[in-house]
Design a protein around this ligand. Structure first.
Ligand code: PEP
Ligand code: MN
Length: 356
């Protein structure tokens, strides 16, 4: 796959707009705000892939006249929508949509991607942005990009929106930065856009994710913005008002060089990123562990038994180092970690016993 560098304004490309187009009024008012905030590429979900049935699935074709109206009001605007079938592509092209993106649930399915790729064959001027698949599988992401490359799409881009995980996490979709980094190292010319909204799932994490993307020299951001986020029909917790978006963008430190070369990341930073992510997981596990301690503390208090149970503690000191050895962890190290955990457990339970 020979990817061309087709976007070179030197500034990060910001695509912003509501998760979903809901009503004409909501779309136009949101666009008014975004134009005021300096945004020139608007996103809007027309058809929404939802995890569960009976969620709001988008208004469908009804949104096209609203988009047309927004473009009449602001002729410089470009619109991006998600397409998930050949029919969506045909309707999007018929309605002068400027940019197409493929959602994370679509990228996982090569049949689906091929169908969409066939529908855009020959339309070589339209940008196609491919979101990462929901599962952390770089090959699937690359495969989808290859299918669009093979039908002649010249303006290809990748959107990093994070990955599903069964583990508990502060993120809605864990970023696993090493995956887009690997994509960018393999294809340095590819346009790489970060989607902090779907990674975060909530407003207060957006800034740190967007800043990290800028530090990693991503080429742009796609961010959900709604005139009244709390009232949004989908993804309410992660959307920002156009004004809050502008404030956030103003705070971002944009790095000088916007186009990365092959060594845009050095090895050390890459490994440190992985360490950071692993530590977050470690702390989440630790927090779960101590929640269970609270539960056991409550129970012991109810039954009026002593906090410290020697037999249990001896068992822990005996089998944890053995479990650890199977994972190539030093027994002495594991023992000392458990000493600290035990101290904290006793402290927490003492607090519970002291409550009235
Ligand atoms: C979206 O962009 O609103 C969306 C549905 O995203 P994703 O495909 O990343 O879940
Ligand atoms: Mn969304």
């Amino acid at each position: 796959m020979k990817i061309k560098n087709w976007y070179s304004t030197g500034k990060p490309w910001v695509i912003a707009g509501p998760c979903s187009a809901e009503t004409e009024e909501q779309l136009i008012q949101t666009v008014d705000g975004l134009v005021e905030s300096g945004i020139t590429t608007i996103r809007a979900g027309v058809w929404k892939p939802r995890t569960r049935p009976n969620s709001f699935e988008g208004v469908g074709e009804m949104a096209f006249p609203w988009i047309k109206k927004a473009k009449e009001l602001y002729p410089h605007l470009q619109f991006a929508i998600e397409v998930a079938s050949a029919e969506h592509v045909d309707l999007a092209l018929k309605n002068d949509i400027d940019i197409l993106w493929v959602g994370a649930r679509t990228t996982v399915n090569p049949f689906n991607i091929q169908e969409i790729a066939e529908a855009v064959r020959g339309v070589d001027d339209i940008p196609v942005l491919v979101k990462n698949p929901i599962n952390p599988d770089l090959a699937l992401w690359v495969g989808a990009l290859e299918r669009f490359d093979a039908v002649g799409i010249q303006k290809l881009g990748a959107i990093h929106r994070g990955f599903s995980t069964y583990q508990e996490s502060i993120y809605r979709n864990i970023p696993l930065w090493q995956i887009p980094i690997e994509l960018k190292s393999r294809y340095p010319e590819i346009l790489l856009i970060n989607d902090p909204s779907h990674i975060a799932g909530k407003r207060d994490l957006l800034f740190e994710i967007a800043q990290k993307a800028m530090d990693l020299q991503y080429d742009g951001l796609i961010i959900e913005s709604h005139r009244n986020p709390d009232e949004a029909w989908s993804d309410a917790a992660q959307q920002l008002t156009p004004l809050a978006l502008k404030e956030m963008l103003n705070q971002l430190k944009i790095r000088e060089k916007s186009f990365p070369n092959k060594d845009f990341r050095n090895e050390l930073e890459g490994i440190r990123d992985q360490i950071d992510e692993t530590d977050k997981e470690l702390l989440e596990v630790l927090s779960r562990r101590l929640e269970l301690v609270k539960k056991v503390g409550q129970y012991k208090k109810e039954k009026n038994v002593a906090i410290f149970q020697l037999e249990r503690w001896n068992k822990i000191l005996e089998n944890r180092p053995l479990w650890g050895e199977k994972l190539f962890l030093d027994a002495q190290f594991v023992k000392s970690v458990y000493q600290s955990i035990h101290d904290e457990s006793i402290r927490i339970q003492t607090e519970i016993y002291n409550e009235e």
